[in-house]
Design a binder for this molecule. Sequence first.
Ligand SMILES: [Zn+2]
Length: 226
Amino acid sequence: MTTSSNCWSCSSATSSAHFCPACGKIQPLPKGADYFAFFGLPQKLTLDLAALEQRFHSLSWKLHPDHFARASEDERQLSLDLSSQLNDAYRTLRDPVARVEYLLSLSGMRKEGQKKQQAPPELLEEVFELNESLDELREARASGGNAAQLAGMRARLESAQHRFESSLAEVDKELAGVSAEWDAALDSAADEAAKKKLMERMNEVLNRRSYIRNLVNGVRQELAGT
Ligand SMILES: [Zn+2]
């Protein structure tokens, strides 16, 4: 998003830059500027991470409050605000999952699944088995099960964990796929309906991802307790 704005100090057009091209004074973010705009980027989901990091370090240096020790109170405050927003923007955009979540949240399209606790259909059977294994393990522990029995259960859980981790990797690939479709849609100036459809798909993938990630974390915790 680009908004035209003028320097608060010399009134020159700033073209949404962080510093006025004419007088060099630090500028507030234009209204409605998002994390992508902060980095001067379009709302695309495939990012050059090395370039993003480089831009982050360069901005981080330029906006650093140390440089504004002798500036006005307002400028010093601006540098503090912008530095903190820069950190938030960078943390969000460098993570491909957080990036998609953020994009969806900008249009109010990020909706946690209502049936959040429900397993994706293709995983139903495995989740059922996993829960059985977890129950057995807890019972065995409670009744002071023997070492061999516990080791066997542990092995079963570990292999379940590996399967869910590979499901997670699959979902990440899927997310990357929809993300690429999103970028292509922006490039071809797709209409709002098409973009909304893609966002709904991203939202669905994110919900599935969060379900599987919770499973993986749950098993990991349980294993750490054996
Ligand atoms: Zn200026």
